[in-house]
Design a binder for this molecule. Structure first.
Ligand code: SF4
Ligand code: SF4
Length: 171
């Protein structure tokens, strides 16, 4: 049995890998947000951040409290953020730049990819293994210590392999 601090550290390590995956994929801004802003006469859009997802699906578990506490220590509480002309109910959504949380996102915020982006990943990169609900549950289980060490290592390998496929295709 690991401590909740150790589980959070593992979660943050996977978050770093997933952030790298999304950075290499580079889909959301170029293929969705930028286009939606043009369609919206240059006005900001919320894209898929249409709720306070940073808390909506969090589990009642001490490790989720720890994640929230660390997020608020680093980036402030939701109440501390006020943007002019907000386009999302989520306080962490900056209408000009999107989510202001580079780390410590909730599992659903970290894992989510819409159908269109998953289709693009499949067609353009031949990557079929990204299942956003599966990733969401894996992230929850890492936090709650319900993921075996082997599953954790396999999960990391799978994300690394997706990153490598994207890099190889983009060369
Ligand atoms: S996940 Fe889908 S809807 Fe959300 S920003 Fe990316 S492309 Fe747009
Ligand atoms: S925390 Fe970030 S990713 Fe989650 S809903 Fe808010 S803006 Fe979107």
């Amino acid at each position: 049995m690991k401590t909740i601090q150790q589980n959070l550290a593992k979660y943050l390590s996977v978050e770093k890998l997933l952030n790298s995956l999304f950075e290499h994929f580079n889909y959301c801004f170029t293929q969705c947000i930028e286009i939606e802003i043009i369609k919206n006469d240059g006005q900001p859009v919320s894209a898929c951040c249409k709720d306070k997802y940073y808390k909506k699906y969090d589990l009642e578990h001490p490790v989720f409290e720890l994640l929230k506490g660390e997020r608020e220590r680093l980036y402030g509480t939701p109440d501390e953020h006020h943007f002019d002309n907000p386009v999302s109910p989520c306080e962490y959504h900056n209408p000009k730049t999107g989510c202001i949380l580079p780390t410590h996102k909730s599992p659903i915020c970290l894992a989510f990819m819409c159908q269109e982006s998953i289709e693009y990943l499949r067609k353009h990169y031949n990557i079929f293994e990204y299942d956003y609900l599966g990733v969401n549950y894996a992230l929850e289980w890492i936090l709650t210590d319900d993921f075996s060490e082997k599953d954790y290592v396999d999960f990391e390998k799978s994300i690394t392999s997706m990153i490598q496929k994207i890099i190889a295709k983009n060369i």
